[in-house]
Design a protein around this ligand. Structure first.
Ligand code: ZN
Length: 392
């Protein structure tokens, strides 16, 4: 068992040393639980399985009294390291070199988890009987299916009658300096997996065949020909991206019967996965209803709807806390870009804002975080708690 040490940099190192590639835990949640127990939190390790996904370890922990209920949400799982020999230092060594802490998960997002634990420890030590509740929603699966992670913890907490007023998600949101950018919403994501079927034949006898790939190209063209929107004050334009085109034909003298493609759409709040499915259905209808010998079928995977929290109480408290700590006088940018996060589940329960480290190296080889940024983030989180509970 690793020692209890609330220094946010040391605690980040303890977490990075656990090779918790989803859905492995490798002791990461035990490090979190041991520290939160030492603060005085009630800890509830929650292992969930089923729903066509693998088993996942999670942790819900809470401390405090009647009053406002503040939740922090984060994850201890990390993405795979990729080609380990390309790394400057072994990815789970947590090596500090010239002010940088290297390791898979250092930026995304073990530093943030460590910072919030340290901040909570300092806060509880300083103010003893805190006028409200602080809870931790920590999952071992944000990076992959996210099925037996945060959504299940939230359901469990709701059954236990825990009601959150506000939630801070610690994903790395900052840009040039810690605190210059937060996220108040996210785009949605839906993927389409197309299969066009024609008639196989000799390329010399095209009149006896029907080339599936030509019709697939037509369909992809019609999907790309007009942009869906130009974005709005809160969101970037919806982005349509062809992720794969697969024909898999090993020779040049056969007209392929089947052609497949994957299209991923990252959409803003002017669309929903339902409206995009209708849009796709229309495109298919226009091209294929005229064709006798070719048809198109598809499946889809709607992983997230877009959402937007109008800047409210929590945003204002976060903005003030950032300026208290860093001296910044312009409020943080309210962004909605990037991939999905577990905020998409939490938004159904309370106002949620995401604030974390600079988004620089996550998921890359040589992922690292600046040691000074860890210290700054811990100070901001501590100040958020002071301002939130109005004790300063
Ligand atoms: Zn993350």
């Amino acid at each position: 068992m690793s020692e209890i040490n609330f220094d946010p940099v040391t605690l980040t190192q303890s977490l990075v040393k656990c090779a918790s590639v989803t859905p492995k835990d490798e002791g990461a949640l035990t490090v979190v639980e041991n520290h939160l127990s030492a603060i005085g939190c009630d800890c509830h390790p929650l292992t969930f399985s089923g729903n066509n996904s693998y088993e996942v370890k999670n942790l819900f922990a809470t401390i405090g009294n009647e009053g406002k209920h503040f939740a922090y949400a984060g994850h201890t799982d990390v993405v795979p390291v990729g080609n380990e020999s390309s790394w400057k230092y072994p990815p789970f060594l947590a090596k500090i070199d010239e002010g940088k802490l290297y390791g898979r998960g250092s930026e995304d997002m073990k530093s943030s988890v460590a910072c919030f634990i340290s901040a909570a420890k300092r806060f509880v030590d300083k103010y003893k009987n805190i006028p409200g509740k602080i809870s931790f929603i920590i999952t071992g699966d944000e990076e992959r299916d996210s099925v037996n992670g945060t959504p299940r913890i939230l359901e469990w907490a709701s059954k236990q009658n825990y009601k959150f007023d506000h939630c801070l998600v610690g994903e790395p949101t900052s840009k040039n300096e810690v605190g210059d950018k937060v996220k108040i919403g996210r785009r949605g994501s839906v993927s389409f997996f197309f299969q066009v079927k024609g008639i196989q034949g000799h390329t010399a006898n095209s009149h006896l065949a029907e080339n599936s790939s030509h019709h697939l190209v037509n369909l992809l063209n019609s999907i790309l020909e007009e942009s869906l929107d130009e974005g709005n004050e809160n969101f970037l334009p919806t982005s349509v991206q062809i992720a794969t085109i697969d024909i898999g034909n090993p020779v040049q003298n056969v007209i392929p019967e089947l052609a497949r493609a994957t299209v991923n759409i990252r959409f803003n709040d002017m669309h929903s996965s339902d409206s995009l499915i209708k849009w796709i259905d229309n495109k298919i209808e226009k091209i294929f209803s005229k064709l006798e010998n070719a048809s198109c079928t598809y499946t889809y995977d709607a992983t997230a709807e877009s959402f937007l929290n109008k800047a409210g109480d929590l945003y204002n408290i976060i903005s003030k806390s950032i300026s208290d700590v860093t001296g910044r006088n312009s409020p943080p940018e309210q962004a909605t870009d990037g991939g999905t996060s577990d905020a998409r589940y939490i938004k159904n329960y309370c106002e949620v804002v995401e604030l974390g480290l600079r988004n620089q190296t996550l998921h890359k080889v040589d992922e690292f975080v600046f040691v000074e940024d860890i210290i700054k983030l811990e100070n901001i989180y501590f100040r958020i708690l002071e301002n939130y509970f109005d004790v300063n």
